[in-house]
Design a protein around this ligand. Structure first.
Ligand SMILES: Cc1cc2nc3c(=O)[nH]c(=O)nc-3n(C[C@H](O)[C@H](O)[C@H](O)COP(=O)(O)OP(=O)(O)OC[C@H]3O[C@@H](n4cnc5c(N)ncnc54)[C@H](O)[C@@H]3O)c2cc1C
Length: 296
């Protein structure tokens, strides 16, 4: 029996496991090796780790767990259910483990548009987040791919990094007033449908539309995302409008004993935020264990 089972060994889960290990808790981390940023070559904006490969960061994090005796299993978690005071967690195959607390740090899945060349460029010249990859593409010819308000917001935001920004709506219409706002801020607009991304080994050079080709160096997109797994949902966690789990300041949820940290929870989606949420969850879990175990 474990004190805590951490599902997900990305920055959030690793960070929580590190702190819980240091609290001398019996911790099991289960991870099926599909971190969200595995397509990226370098992560940015994390103090002391700016430019590190995301997979390398996770490898270092995992190595740091060893001296604290944290158990690691490279396995998919299929289900988690509450049984009395414990959680019963089913790992792929038929194996089961039990724990007093559960931390879900399972991240999200990004929905990529089915456009020829998009997936090949993803992480190299196609990105989500200007804070993560805007600097590396400063002053280049940038495209914002998105529809409605979020597409317009992304395009306007990109003007912080480059004066050459084009909004691609892929056939979508603009709300009233949006065109004037784009024009006032020097953002070009293409509403035609995209046919393909022209690239060489992921480095894009142009976007081909039904009626023409536009030279573009990098594209940022805002489409949908969904939770990587349904553990939080089946346990009864409340979700917000963004589709992530509603959490308190210490990564607690509405379900007693269940904590959610990282991209799967409510806050901004950055590696450093995920790591911080993991630590906050660890603090809250350790304090809850102390409350249960210490004599009054
Ligand atoms: C292309 C790209 C570039 C990015 N660049 C940056 C950047 O430069 N800087 C930055 O701060 N952020 C960046 N991000 C965001 C960053 O990736 C996330 O904020 C961060 O990875 C969130 O960490 P996490 O631990 O919550 O989730 P993840 O890193 O996604 O880790 C979740 C882990 O849980 C595992 N898992 C999920 N379900 C199960 C299950 N049922 N059983 C077992 N294991 C499971 C997954 O396999 C995965 O290993 C980028 C994202 C993308 C997509």
């Amino acid at each position: 029996m474990f004190d805590v089972i951490v599902v997900g060994g990305g920055p959030a889960g690793l960070s929580a496991a590190l702190m819980l290990g240091r609290c001398r808790r019996r911790v099991l981390v289960c991870d099926d090796a599909r971190p969200r940023n595995r397509f990226s070559r370098a992560l940015h904006g994390f103090l002391t780790r700016d430019g590190t490969s995301p997979l390398e960061l996770n490898t270092i994090g995992r190595a740091e767990l060893e001296k604290y005796g944290v158990d690691w299993r490279s396995v998919h978690v299929e289900t988690a259910v509450r049984e009395g005071d414990l959680f019963r967690v089913t790992l792929a195959g038929t194996h089961e483990e039990h724990a007093r607390f559960l931390l879900i740090a399972t991240g999200v899945v990004d929905e990529l548009p089915p456009i020829d060349g998009f997936r090949e460029c993803y992480g190299t010249s196609i990105f989500h987040c200007p804070y993560c990859d805007g600097w590396e593409n400063r002053d280049r010819r940038l495209a914002a791919f998105g529809q409605g308000k979020s597409g317009v917001q992304l395009a306007l935001s990109l003007t912080t990094w480059s004066p050459h920004v084009t909004l691609l709506t892929n056939g979508g219409r603009l709300q009233s007033g949006a065109l004037e706002r784009l024009e006032r801020n020097g953002v070009a607009l293409v509403t035609s449908k995209l046919v393909r991304i022209e690239h060489e080994e992921g480095a894009m050079s142009a976007v081909a539309f039904e009626d023409r080709v536009e030279p573009i160096d990098a594209l940022f997109f805002t489409t949908g995302q969904h939770p990587r797994c349904d553990l939080a949902e089946t346990l009864g966690c409340t979700f917000n409008k963004k589709g992530t789990v509603e959490t308190g300041t210490l990564s607690d949820t509405n379900v007693p004993g269940v904590f959610v940290a990282g991209d799967a929870s409510r806050d901004a989606q950055f590696v450093v935020v995920a790591a911080a949420e993991g630590v906050k969850a660890a603090l809250a879990i350790n304090q809850a264990l102390q409350r249960e175990d210490l004599r009054s």
